[in-house]
Design a protein around this ligand. Structure first.
Ligand SMILES: NC(=O)c1ccc[n+]([C@@H]2O[C@H](COP(=O)([O-])OP(=O)(O)OC[C@H]3O[C@@H](n4cnc5c(N)ncnc54)[C@H](OP(=O)(O)O)[C@@H]3O)[C@@H](O)[C@H]2O)c1
Length: 261
């Protein structure tokens, strides 16, 4: 994809799942990469693989973005390395499947920090340079769970609704500039997300899981086209449209059935 040639892309959550798939795809288009997440060993192994396979520039900067100081520390390190970020992919995120009181206050705090606050802060810290250059891109990863309130997945679905709203607002504000904004909404994807969230794999598989590679490809296409909303597969447009018209009680029934353990 032309759009990514010679661009420098920051990928959060690069140590696993959809993040790894983004990195391979981007490197194959000739982008330079900055990889971040907490697990440094995994990031370094991925960086070695990408350099060997695609001969691309890769910088690893580990960071815990559940720490409120994380985004500023990360952006400072990027600048100290003399790197300008052209495209930001806010991919890091996690969920929790269970009754609301079963999740600890600390876990919810971290989920909101990673899924929402750090996404906003990274965008706020990096966007002014993109505006100055009148060129750049922001790709946010939300979820189909962001279109409905989802019992047993409530905080996660709320964080993803936030991601959708902020992405659409930004897309509108930046129309007519050289900066693309897109939000990718995947359905179930075969990654570590399920284990981390405590979703039963068998139930998830029954719902039909996509491979992370095809999901990443759709997301990158969405950003290149400056599409405000991209589903990880076209069929997901149907539940999305239905969710707009369902009465709240019916929506809650459907969402609850999907995530009941
Ligand atoms: N898989 C699905 O079914 C699905 C569906 C819809 C949307 N999504 C969204 O897709 C995105 C990618 O998820 P995935 O499926 O690829 O899941 P994954 O395999 O569990 O990857 C999650 C990534 O987020 C990073 N991360 C988590 N907490 C972090 C923290 N405190 N600081 C920095 N990085 C952190 C993890 O890295 P470290 O552990 O190394 O820090 C990991 O690289 C997420 O935003 C998720 O909500 C996933």
């Amino acid at each position: 994809m032309q759009y990514y040639i010679k661009k420098t892309v920051l990928v959060t959550g690069a140590s696993s799942g959809i993040g790894i798939a983004f990195c391979h795809e981007l490197a194959s288009y000739g982008a330079a990469l900055v990889l971040t997440s907490r697990r440094e060993d995994r990031l370094e192994a991925l960086a070695r693989e990408l350099r060997t396979k695609y001969e691309c520039e890769v910088t690893v900067i580990p960071c815990d973005i559940s720490d409120p100081a994380g985004p500023e520390t990360l952006v400072r390190s990027i600048r100290e390395n003399g790197i300008d970020i052209d495209i930001l992919i806010n991919n890091a995120g996690f969920g929790f499947n269970g009754l609301f009181p079963e999740g600890s206050p600390e876990m919810y705090q971290k989920m909101m920090q990673v899924n929402m606050v750090s996404l906003v802060m990274l965008t706020r810290l990096l966007l002014p340079d993109m505006i100055r250059r009148d060129s750049g891109g922001i790709l946010n990863i939300a979820s189909m769970a962001g279109f409905l309130p989802v019992p047993f997945f409530g905080v996660y679905s709320g964080t993803k609704q936030f991601v959708i709203n902020i992405s659409w607002s930004l897309w509108k504000e930046l129309q007519g500039t050289g900066i693309h904004v897109s939000v990718l909404c995947p359905g179930p994807v075969d990654t570590e997300f399920m284990e981390v969230a405590g979703v039963d794999r068998k139930i998830a598989a029954f719902r039909g899981m996509q491979k992370p590679e095809s999901v990443a490809l759709r997301g990158l296409k969405g950003l290149a086209d400056n599409a405000p909303l991209k589903f990880s597969r076209s069929l997901l447009r149907i539940p999305y449209l239905l969710s707009k018209w369902l009465p709240v009680r019916l929506g809650l029934l459907v969402g609850g059935l999907a995530m009941r353990k």
